[in-house]
Write a protein that binds this ligand. Sequence first.
Ligand code: FES
Length: 230
Amino acid sequence: MSVRQLAKEQPDSFSFKPEYAERAKRIIAKYPAGRQASAVMPLLDLAQRQEGWVTKPAIGVIAQMLNMASIRVLEVATFYTMFELHPVGKHHIQVCTNLPCQLRGSDAVVHACKEKLGIGLGERTADGQFSLMEVECAGACVNAPMAQIGDDYFEDVDATSMRKIIDALKRGEKPKAGPQNGRVHSAPLGNFTSLTDEPKPAPMQDMAAAKAAFEKAKADAAAKAAAPKT
Ligand code: FES
């Protein structure tokens, strides 16, 4: 993982477009008075959706809106890898190379992306259409290896399926997200290996017998309490 720093080249200014400003207002209003700083992550996300990445001027504007020091907003932006600190491609491919994904073949997936796009990790294609980076666990280890493109997760990928996904994006199509090997969500690909018995209904409790036992225990306790002490 590389050090996360703001891009050297920055735009001069930032402002939310009316539609985004309206959304920002609604987000801030969700938090109680004095707690507006809690809106920092959704607002950074909003700025990124508008601009494609998080710029230094955007950080300043968000800090002002939330009455926070700029450095506090910068800390959040640099900590979470979901915030892009450099311009990224229209299709930003983030391949997880953390241990479970690596054990399941993420090296081959990264290699396929590099080969197909002619760029390395942390780079963008000349036409600005694609960018590529590796990320730590994206929380889909059960479907490893995986890659996130925009808001979509592509799971159970390999070099072949990754090439097909890139080809589809190049053609302007929206490839189907989710597992690429045919399995449903994270269900086993083959037969089930556990919970294979027919489920049996839970035995019904005999409520009348339970009530009688309770009443008897109550009567026994009362009789014991009333018995003369010897
Ligand atoms: S290790 Fe890749 S998603 Fe968790």
